[in-house]
Design a protein around this ligand. Structure first.
Ligand code: HEC
Length: 202
């Protein structure tokens, strides 16, 4: 026999022997099959660790939330305490218009007010001087006397004299000469301004 043939024969024999012993190298599929349990275990471990991380995150969030709630509660309690300790600030009363006598005088001197002639068209401020209506010199003390017997304030008396002149016509004068609609022609502010001005006519 040739040398090469002998070598090949020996190799063949070795191969046959090895395959007989089941020592052939495993195929890829066989290897995967063999590794399957380990793979499954690894996957299970991965799933488990993800779950642990998630649970930890949830717990951490819960702790942070609880701390935030507590901090808010503490801050609120502190604010309440501060509020309680702070001195009462009086709530300002809704602004009532402050009667303005100067504005009232300017209005009194207007030629016309709305559709009506102005007050000083008919009323002089010189004592006893009659234009169309009586002089309004000293109207404040005059009205004060009437107010006292009527049991109302001087301002209320003057309001009545202006918005309802026919209620008590001044002696020696005719009714319906003084416009009867001042309540409609004058705003509440204008009326209180005019009254503030009449209160200065002592
Ligand atoms: C067209 C003329 C006329 C005008 C304008 C007029 N009045 Fe008269 N007023 C009279 C006459 C007339 C009387 C008296 C008769 C009466 O009591 O109604 C009178 C009476 C009064 C009285 C009562 C006086 C008293 O002694 O008791 C007051 C107050 C008064 N007027 C204020 C005003 C004011 C304020 C205005 C303007 C907003 C005004 N009047 C505009 C004609 C007028």
């Amino acid at each position: 026999m040739k040398k090469e043939t002998t070598g090949a024969l020996i190799l063949l024999l070795i191969a046959v022997f090895l395959s007989g012993c089941g020592l052939t190298p495993p195929t890829r599929d066989e290897a995967l099959q063999e590794l399957a349990p380990q793979l499954a275990q690894g996957q299970a471990a991965a799933v488990e660790s993800t779950a642990v991380v998630k649970a930890a995150a949830i717990e951490a969030t819960a702790i942070i939330n609880a701390a935030a709630v507590e901090a808010t509660a503490i801050a609120n309690a502190g604010q309440t305490e501060i509020d309680a300790a702070a001195p009462e600030v009086p709530t300002p009363a809704p602004e009532a218009p402050v009667p303005d006598a100067a504005a009232g005088e300017a209005l009194f001197r207007q030629q016309t007010i709305g559709a009506n002639p102005g007050c000083n068209t008919c009323h002089s401020l010189e004592p006893d001087k009659v234009i169309v209506g009586p002089s309004l010199a000293g109207i404040a003390p005059n009205a004060a006397g009437d107010a006292e017997s009527a049991g109302i304030s001087v301002e209320e008396m003057l309001t009545e004299m202006i918005v309802d002149p026919n209620a008590e016509v001044v002696q020696g004068f005719q009714p319906d000469i003084m416009p009867q609609d001042w309540g409609a022609e004058l705003s509440a502010t204008q009326l209180s301004d005019i009254i503030a001005y009449l209160m200065t006519l002592q």
